[in-house]
Design a binder for this molecule. Structure first.
Ligand code: SF4
Length: 264
């Protein structure tokens, strides 16, 4: 049996699985591929014909989707981030609700999807269709998640209502640590239990990473943080000269392929 949040995709079709919902469990049963997903906690367990089996892929379609619904962003503190791998700008585009539905319906033929990670800008309000999208996903017991950087109280209310998990990006280089910590608190104050910090680790941010680790113990704004997730910088978009995972390995003395997640 395999547990966690892994993404598997489908390349072959078999007979329809039996998918049921027994609150809070979304349950898929078939001969050689089975899962249970807790829509409240995100707990996910997958197995095959026997509990010991971990199927290589879902034969029915993806378990998780990751979809950018906006390329609009005004950046942080009024400045577009020079390291934005998505190269988002104020003149970007939004995915309309109908197109989003079409995409999901194509990849979700059995309602086997469990989660949808939605991509947008810093405020979470760039695409006005976001909240209709979230409500529609929830109706099908597909849990929306997302990443923000600088949200209002009103947006935090909506995120706490709809999202299962929310990450807050650290923009230490352009905004210091306080902006991130304030936003973490804004979400955990509303009862969210799966709030993580996403921290890009490379030469310029490595020293501050240790400061964040200390702050997790000492700063009350982070008292209910779920995890600090270190990421490498994608060399795309405005981060074409970005550093690679080598920097992370040097700082944390990691072995090849390891990715650090500090459970708190
Ligand atoms: S890195 Fe994030 S906050 Fe910065 S411009 Fe890109 S999408 Fe916006």
């Amino acid at each position: 049996m395999q547990t966690g949040f892994n993404m598997r995709t489908s390349t072959s079709e078999t007979a329809s699985p039996a998918i049921t919902f027994n609150d809070p469990w979304k349950i898929l049963k078939s001969r050689a591929y089975n899962y249970r997903f807790n829509i409240n906690t995100g707990f996910f367990a997958r197995w095959g014909a026997a509990l010991e089996d971990d199927p290589y892929r879902s034969p029915y379609g993806p378990e998780i989707a990751d979809i950018e619904i906006s390329t609009i962003c005004g950046g942080v503190n009024g400045k577009l981030c020079p390291y934005c791998y998505k190269a988002n700008t104020r003149q970007g585009k939004n995915m309309p609700f109908d197109l989003f539905k079409t995409v999901i319906e194509k990849i979700n033929p059995h309602n086997q999807l469990t989660q949808a990670a939605l991509g947008f800008g810093a405020t979470g309000e760039e695409n006005p269709a976001l909240w209709d999208i979230c409500a529609w996903l929830r109706e099908q017991n597909i849990i929306p998640n997302g990443t923000v950087a600088d949200i209002t109280d009103a947006t935090a209310d909506k995120i706490a209502r709809y999202f299962g998990a929310c990450a807050v990006s650290s923009h230490f280089l352009t905004a210091g640590n306080g902006l991130c910590y304030d936003n973490v608190k804004r979400l955990t104050d509303r009862g969210m239990k799966q709030v993580n910090i996403h921290y890009v680790l490379e030469r310029e941010t490595a020293g501050n990473a240790f400061r964040v680790l200390r702050d997790i113990k000492e700063d009350s704004r982070l008292a209910k943080l779920n995890a600090l997730v270190f990421l490498s910088l994608k060399s795309k978009g405005r981060a074409v000269n970005g550093k690679n995972f080598e920097e992370c390995r040097k700082v944390l003395a990691l072995k090849n392929g390891e990715c650090p997640v500090f459970e708190l």
